[in-house]
Design a protein around this ligand. Sequence first.
Ligand SMILES: Cc1cc2nc3c(=O)[nH]c(=O)nc-3n(C[C@H](O)[C@H](O)[C@H](O)COP(=O)(O)O)c2cc1C
Length: 393
Amino acid sequence: MASMKLNVEDYRRAAKKVLPRFVFDYVDGAAERGECLRRNRAGLDRLALLPRTLRDTSALDTSIEVFGQTWRHPFAVAPMGFNGLTRPLGDVLLARAAASCGIPFVLSTASNARLEAVASSPSPLNWLQLYVMRERSIAEQMVRRARRAGYGALVLTVDVPVSGYRERDVRNGFRLPFRPSPATLFNLALHPRWLTRFVASGMPAFVNLAEEEGADTLQLQAALLSREMDRSLTWESLGWLRRLWDGPLLIKGVLHPEDAARARSAGVDGLIVSNHGGRQLDGAMSTIGALDGVLQAVDGHLPVFVDSGFRSGLDVVKALALGAKGVFIGRPLLYGLAVDGEDGAAAVLKLIATELERAMTLTGAAAVADLNRDILRSAELHFHQDITRGIAS
Ligand SMILES: Cc1cc2nc3c(=O)[nH]c(=O)nc-3n(C[C@H](O)[C@H](O)[C@H](O)COP(=O)(O)O)c2cc1C
């Protein structure tokens, strides 16, 4: 009998069993010594809730409005590359799970499904994440196609001018072309179900890099994996993107308040405070710690989202109470996808939604707008004290 899965950590443990080691390490891993990864969690754990009571929560509403659209819950699926490695058609399965939950799905530039296939029923809740590589025409054709396919927002990721150093990937020999170490090969043999699916569907490719379906993209593929990013991209380059895309434009990977202010004056429509789940700059500040400075810098003029390390509805409540508009969730969705495909991803979303509803009820918030800083305290404090002291880490 499959073991009971009551929380995201249960899904993580189950994913570790079913995925070959090199895949689990790619999904689960972080940069260098994992300092940033741990700090994201520590930052969230350092916040405690001071609930309100005897408030009417009989008609609980977890929905939010973003760019004129309703999200059923105040969280969404973060963009992740190489989802086809966890499951063939992983991008499509995650998009479906998000759609059935009434929340956005962000397709990565490094997806293994064509953006037209993912948006087969066009919805403004399909968003596209953009990496700008040295060959700028790749980004240009993707943005044009996203517009035609009815994508609702564009997310420019700015924290990957070079790839973070993921030690677990290096040890496993995980790079393209894939040259697995003998230990990696031996480990593959221990995962026949994953291997059978993988052999049947073939090595997932970065199919969005060329405009034409089926075009020879070998060179582009290698460029993407070795992250030949355009390091000359600056705030001034945003004008170029603006001319290509007139819909909502978000910047993902901002931590510094002055960058947030810069984004605001550059006419960006939203920010995602992110350190890429601790996969890029090790030693970076926790996102829950950085959130406050960014919120002050944009002063309510832009919606500010956050991601990195969120593992439960309770974590989501903390970010919303601090002032985030919504939260993006990454790895937990891949754990669910690994365990049970679309159903597994949907179960993880459902789990987080249920935790969120329970946490809102227990804090006395009937709607997302009822969550505010009054209910936050530093977990290290044993007396009531202003929240703005003691949370930064
Ligand atoms: C396997 C994996 C691949 C990722 N690929 C991308 C990507 O292609 N583009 C991007 O903007 N962020 C990417 N990210 C970062 C996520 O969008 C998100 O910032 C991060 O996963 C959030 O942290 P969490 O996994 O702790 O929830 C990736 C994350 C993971 C785990």
